[in-house]
Design a protein around this ligand. Structure first.
Ligand SMILES: Nc1nc2c(ncn2[C@@H]2O[C@H](COP(=O)(O)OP(=O)(O)OP(=O)(O)O)[C@@H](O)[C@H]2O)c(=O)[nH]1
Ligand SMILES: [Mg+2]
Ligand SMILES: [Zn+2]
Length: 264
């Protein structure tokens, strides 16, 4: 966007840049509303260079299904998402490496961070330079805390965790884009409750599981949804341990929700 500011603080927009890409999800259901017809698309941000999918070791508990949904949203927007696993100070029994290895083997770059101990913060900060970076994840995983730790001048509001539900308390309420250096922007988003990818066709879900591409050309049918079809190379790869069974389960879950949409 290009604009001119007047002395009184008002301004005129004279050019709107073309939207290169955008991140969206299905608009959440409104509680109590009786829903008929389709849920609409909600655009979260556009012209993003890097998408960071953020999860935490604990508080709230690590949720691989959510990570996989967010990765699908990123991949379908044409981005190559990064993963951040925050709160590694709470990883007392080194359980999280199990998941980190799955994502690394899948082909994702994973940042292990802790706002508490400072681990991984500088490495993450180096990755942000000169880009528009979007942070996306459940409430309470520490998105705003991470941004504050890297850029203390931001002074973003940080919340607590409800001890009753182990859920975040939805501290950030609207997405904000923050300029931290000449061409470095950060987009902090509110934690999401419902994250359904929008507008993805059943036969495309597999394209957004990046580790499938190596095998899917060997499926018997080129329209294979890797679910019930005979001679499916993806099912074979899962059985042979070449594709993680946890990732495949996530795939089936997403396929199911996409199918529901079609029946709507
Ligand atoms: N132990 C530990 N706690 C952390 C860490 N990072 C953040 N927290 C705590 O986690 C809680 C939630 O942090 P926020 O930064 O508000 O989380 P958020 O992802 O921005 O949450 P929403 O704005 O609701 O989406 C706060 O109490 C933080 O102090 C960490 O690395 N380790
Ligand atoms: Mg926040
Ligand atoms: Zn298949």
């Amino acid at each position: 966007m290009e604009y001119e500011l007047n002395t009184d603080g008002s301004g005129v927009i004279f050019k709107i840049e073309k939207r290169q890409n955008y991140i969206s999800r299905k608009a959440p259901r409104i509680r109590g509303a009786s829903y008929r017809g389709e849920r609409l698309e909600q655009i979260i941000a556009s012209n993003v260079d890097s998408l960071f999918v953020v999860g935490s070791v604990a508080e709230p508990v690590f949720n691989n299904k959510t990570i996989d949904r967010l990765l699908v949203i990123g991949e379908s927007a044409g981005l190559s998402p990064f993963i951040i696993i925050n709160k590694t100070d709470l990883d007392t029994d080194n359980q999280i490496d199990y998941w980190i290895n799955i994502y690394k083997n899948t082909g994702y770059q994973v940042f292990k961070t802790s706002v508490m101990s400072g681990v991984g913060i500088q490495e993450l900060k180096n990755q942000l330079k000169g880009k528009t970076n979007l942070f996306f994840g459940h409430s309470g995983v520490g998105k705003s805390s991470l941004l504050n730790e890297m850029y203390p001048e931001l002074n973003l509001r940080v919340g607590g965790i409800s001890s009753f539900t182990d859920k975040g308390t939805h501290t950030t309420v609207t997405s904000v884009m923050l300029k931290v250096e000449d061409s470095t922007f950060l987009i902090d988003t509110p934690g999401i409750r419902e994250i359904d990818p929008f507008g993805i066709r059943k036969e495309d879900v597999g394209h957004y599981f990046i580790e499938f591409s190596e095998f899917s050309s060997e499926c018997k049918f080129n329209t294979c949804t890797h679910y019930h079809e005979p001679n499916c190379a993806i099912i074979r790869a899962v059985e042979e341990g070449k594709i993680s069974s946890e990732r495949y389960e996530s795939y089936l879950k997403i396929l199911e929700t996409v199918e529901e949409d079609i029946l709507f």
